[in-house]
Design a protein around this ligand. Structure first.
Ligand code: AMP
Length: 195
């Protein structure tokens, strides 16, 4: 079992690196943003609620997000058997605490939180560029600013939370995608993940 959190600000490359990691380590990729966007595109009740937060750049309330995450895990017992990459989750301290409990109940733990560290100016450039390419509604200048503020206030404290628990591993997230992936893989290959 190998459970990883890929951590970082919006635009830090979590999705790109998660895809590479999924392929190399046979893990199940859960992007909470993707799960929510899928609900929005299908027009579900959850999608309607999620859209009211996402379109403003705010976080979905913890309680709701936790239900969505637990459901995703419950619905994919076989695919998650080797382990999971959590991408975009946790984003708050209560989410991190709940994730720890959830892993414990499943007889496992989070083996590492890989933090992609990218300077703020580069994040903004990447998000504006992505908005043009992908058409993601929340990649526009106003919402980008809110999302980065929300990240600093609510999510960045998780760096200390996991550092205090000896679970945080920083990776330089600027530059060549293959090199960043190589740095992450080298770290993962040192992890003890028998449990
Ligand atoms: P992402 O694709 O990870 O950038 O997520 C897009 C948006 O989905 C975020 O700006 C939030 O509004 C929402 N979202 C995704 N993951 C979470 C989470 N763990 N907690 C709360 N909101 C989330």
């Amino acid at each position: 079992m190998l459970n990883l959190v890929i951590f970082g600000a919006p635009g830090s490359g979590k999705g790109t690196q998660s895809e590479h990691l999924t392929n190399r380590y046979g893990l199940f990729h859960i992007s909470t943003g993707e799960v929510l966007r899928d609900h929005i595109s299908r027009g579900t009740e959850l999608g309607k609620i999620a859209d009211s937060y996402i379109s403003k750049g705010n976080l979905i309330p913890d309680e709701l997000m936790l239900k969505v995450l637990e459901k995703t895990l419950d619905e994919n017992p076989e695919a998650t058997a080797n382990g999971v990459i959590f991408d975009g989750f946790p984003r708050t301290i209560p989410q991190a605490e709940a994730l720890g409990e959830m892993m414990k109940r499943r007889g496992t733990r989070i083996h590492s939180v890989v933090g992609l560290e990218v300077p703020e100016e580069e994040l903004i450039k990447r998000l504006i560029h992505r908005g043009k390419e992908s058409g993601r509604a929340d990649d526009n200048p106003d919402t980008i600013k809110t999302r980065l503020d929300v990240y600093h206030q609510q999510t960045a404290p998780l760096r200390k939370y996991y550092t205090d628990r000896n679970t945080y591993h920083a990776v330089e997230g600027s530059g060549d995608v293959a090199k960043i992936f190589n740095d992450i893989s080298k770290h993962i290959d040192t992890l003890d993940h028998a449990d």
